[in-house]
Design a protein around this ligand. Structure first.
Ligand SMILES: *Cc1c(COP(=O)(O)O)cnc(C)c1O
Length: 458
């Protein structure tokens, strides 16, 4: 049965909910949940706030699934997109070009880790991951290395939901149902430092690098690339690890002559404290995937950056069939480029990273009351990502059974109190737009603490 039908007022929250449930199938949702879980009908947004059909406001503490950087309806980005729409909305990018696509590629290569001088456009994070996998495989093939067809991934990793991206992920819940359809990656243990004292993080990194070395050694000549999420495995529950692992991994990839793909789709554009997470390890990956924050949360767009060596391996007479024959209809979309350029303008005009350092410290301070909570196993932070892991028993770090869905209790509590949180399992996290202020952070932390109390009471 659908939600109980009661008379609804046109333009009310319930009216939009009812119309929605009659026609829309929502992402990553068991639709039956909406028999008891009300949808959040959003009429407008401004800064960190969303407003429902009846004027109630909600603080978007998760940047609308990690995409929004500078607030909803940001005047600067909105203006850029509106102006671009008057001139050129989109044009085929095969055989044609336009100023916004060229300008954006120039600017991205200028700010990316050194050596990433080529930009391939796509339209979603998963598409960028697919492209990096195909490019790596095809690179080795162009070099005559036909035995290379494996990819190495880390346990608990997530790289998107299309079949290729899902193949190189290791998030059971998302992957298991489709396992028969997927490529078999080689899985190395994640350097995840959950429950490990900060002083021991580099030791953990060393241990995990040793496992990676064994794996690469056992599969010499078979591996195209290692794909990782630098510093934070976001969808895997905001699990974090130190830059030392990345530095060591770069060295291992060089030693065993395999590519390193850095999936910075979630962590890029200042999330971890630096513009790109790889910077903290001083490394340049062979491929870097960007999306989410790229357009400030405005329009779907992604890019794969790579270097001249990869580019040259595809550069030949057409009939050698070495070219990279891959496209999406909206590749290099001009509106998305204009949103991305306006987003980069904000990074240039304002001391964003410096301000984020202050905000990150405020976030850490605001959750201090939770440190002694009997059901908080760990509070961890990397820049503008702060995660609180709920556990059954703090002493033993025993996790809650996922079927109890305690994160949902926090989610519902937060919505009732004007905050949009979306815990991943038992992990409550803050990943707010960079325009949040101190009072808003304090409000967010209070609501989260009360929600965690409620979710762990029984
Ligand atoms: C979100 C995400 C993706 C997938 O991006 P989509 O735009 O949702 O396809 C890939 N990798 C990481 C690390 C992500 O967080």
């Amino acid at each position: 049965m659908p939600m109980t039908r009661k008379p609804t007022v046109a333009g009310s929250n319930d009216a939009l909910r009812q119309r929605d449930l009659a026609v829309v199938w929502h992402p990553t949702t068991q639709m039956k949940d909406h028999e008891w879980l009300p949808l959040l009908p959003v009429r407008r947004g401004e800064g960190v706030w969303l407003e429902d059909m009846e004027g109630n406001r909600y603080l978007d503490a998760i940047s609308s699934w990690w995409v929004n950087l500078f607030g909803h309806a940001n005047p600067r980005i909105s203006r850029a997109v509106a102006e671009q729409a008057q001139t050129l909305e989109h044009v085929i990018l095969a055989g044609a070009t336009h100023e916004p696509a060229v300008r954006l590629a120039e600017r991205l290569t200028a700010i990316a880790p050194p050596g990433l001088d080529r930009v391939f456009y796509a339209d979603s994070g998963a598409a960028a991951v697919e492209i990096s996998l195909k490019m790596s495989f095809h690179y080795w093939r162009n070099l005559g290395e036909r035995n290379r067809r494996r990819f190495v991934t880390l346990s608990n990793s997530y790289h998107g939901d299309t079949l290729g991206a899902l193949s190189v992920g290791d998030a059971g819940l998302f992957r298991d149902a489709y396992a028969p359809l997927l490529l078999e990656p080689l899985v190395a243990p994640s350097p995840d430092c959950f429950g490990i004292e900060p002083g021991q993080w580099d030791v953990q990194a060393e241990r995990r690098l040793a496992s990676m070395r064994e794996l690469l050694n056992a599969h010499r000549g078979e591996v195209c690339a290692v794909i990782i999420e630098p510093l934070v495995q976001c969808a895997g529950g905001m699990r974090m690890y130190p830059p030392a692992y990345l530095t060591g991994l770069r060295a291992l990839c060089d030693e065993f002559d395999v590519h390193l793909i850095a999936d910075e789709i979630a962590v890029g554009f200042g999330r971890t404290g630096t513009l790109f997470a790889c910077e903290q390890a001083g490394i340049t990956p062979d491929f870097m995937c960007l999306s989410k924050g790229l357009t400030g949360g405005y329009l779907p767009m992604s890019v794969v950056l790579t270097g001249e060596q990869v580019y040259r391996a595809f550069y030949d007479e057409y009939t050698t069939l070495r070219g990279f024959l891959h496209s999406h209809s909206y590749t290099g979309n001009a509106l998305a480029c204009s949103a991305a350029l306006a987003t980069l303008d904000i990074f240039e005009a304002e001391p964003v990273l410096e301000r984020n350092q202050v905000l990150a410290a405020v976030m850490r301070r605001a959750v201090r009351p939770l440190e002694a909570h009997p059901h908080v196993g760990e509070i961890r932070q990397c820049g503008m990502i702060l995660a609180i892991e709920m556990v059954q028993a703090r002493s033993s770090m025993t996790p809650y059974d996922w079927r109890e869905r305690r994160g949902m209790v926090v989610y519902q509590h937060a919505l009732e109190h004007g905050v949009l949180l979306r815990p991943i399992g038992n992990v409550v996290y803050f990943m707010p737009p960079y325009v949040i202020n101190e009072q808003e952070i304090e409000h967010l932390a209070e609501v989260a603490a009360a929600g965690i109390d409620r979710a762990t009471r029984h």
